[in-house]
Design a protein around this ligand. Sequence first.
Ligand code: 13P
Length: 255
Amino acid sequence: MDDRGVRRVMRRPLVVGNWKMNGTRRSSIELAEMIAKNFSSSSVECAVCPPAIFLSDVASALVGSEVCLGAQAVSQFEQGAYTGEVSADMLADFSCAYVLVGHSERRACFGETSNQVAAKFVAAQSKGLTPILCVGETLAERRGDRALEVIAEQLGAVVDAAGLKALSSAVVAYEPVWAIGTGEVASPAQAQEILAFIRARLGENAKAVRLLYGGSVNAENAAQLFGQQDIDGALVGGASLQAEQFLTICRLAEA
Ligand code: 13P
């Protein structure tokens, strides 16, 4: 088996659709049904993260399919007087396998700090969910040559709280803020550079950790990204709202 083959055995490619705050109950069910009906792969894993209020409907639509369910956010608290929050237990109860933590929109729009993100990571893992830890720099930080520093800080907060070993059973997604929803995808080389940096920081167990790229991924640019050594899949926003395009991206991850 060549190097690429070994890599694929150790790290099954993963394509995750983050639907963000889009769609209706009906359109979410239809999208989930389309993906469930048409996704089948022996080598690639696929997950969708609908808005929390549609988790139950989407879970039902995915029954009997190979598509996993994920959530977009989780509370760091176990239970109690936290109005509006959804706990890791509740997500597990709805058969979520994955949950995003640290998405840049949560950091920027809702003021989530790296320490809160770390607490959410720990809360998710404690209930058997696999966190997809999102990290990434803003355009100003990249222009100021601070991308690696920012990512090291975001990653470091989680390593400090959860321990390096905990990262080995998680997924890390590099999503440069400047590439999210802008149509300006990072070049394969830019994404590879950051993901190699992340893998190096994950230490001994890093070989088995799946690292994703996210930010304007679509059916046209996915293949080139997936060709990079340290890119094990994608976290897809806008393009995951169209079943055909999302399924194409999943197929490209097989190659
Ligand atoms: P877009 O694919 O729409 O750029 O969004 C990326 C993202 O934020 C996925 O979590």
